[in-house]
Design a protein around this ligand. Structure first.
Ligand code: ZN
Length: 164
């Protein structure tokens, strides 16, 4: 409840239209058989420091750099090595990267990464390098489903890994 009030206060401060808090991302984790899916949602601000169309070459370069980092899912996420997981797809949606203008005050990055694991029984978690690439990001909330249960967690720069 206390946390809820704090979140409400923070949202009021940033005046969000889409309900995000700058610096806080979210990953929905689904383990289904050999497949590990990671659906990342994070404020564009956390990656590049702005949430509108780029105004100059520097901002454009920042967007391109973020896109490159986000598309390299195998470098961003490291599932338990013993599980033998390989990245099968990375679907990254980066606002304004394609020249779109957008309209709201806020913008989110959405990316879905799918890994396929040779030994899924050995899959016990993953580590992320998101915080190393994006210094403005300070927290990632996790919702996880499967394989045997579901749960929630939180990643931070000091604890960038999740175990289940
Ligand atoms: Zn925002």
């Amino acid at each position: 409840m206390k946390q809820c009030l704090l979140a409400t206060a923070l949202l009021a401060v940033v005046g969000t239209a889409q309900g995000h808090v700058h610096g806080v991302g979210q990953i929905d984790v689904v383990v289904d058989g050999p497949r590990l899916s990671l659906a990342l949602d994070m404020p564009l601000d956390a990656a590049v420091g702005f949430e509108r169309a780029p105004k100059n070459a520097g901002e454009k370069a920042a967007l391109e750099k973020a896109a490159k980092t986000l598309n390299d899912g195998a470098a961003l996420f490291a599932p338990t090595p013993a599980a033998g997981c390989a990245l099968r797809s990375a679907d990254v949606r980066l606002p304004f990267a394609d020249g779109g203008k957008g309209g709201d005050d806020h913008a989110d990055i959405e990316a879905v990464y799918v890994f396929e694991c040779a030994a899924p029984a050995a899959l016990k978690g993953f580590e992320t390098s998101l915080f190393k690439h994006f210094r403005r990001l300070y927290r990632v909330e996790i919702q996880r489903i499967g394989p045997n249960d579901q749960g929630a967690g939180r990643l931070t720069p000091k604890t960038p890994s999740l175990a289940w």
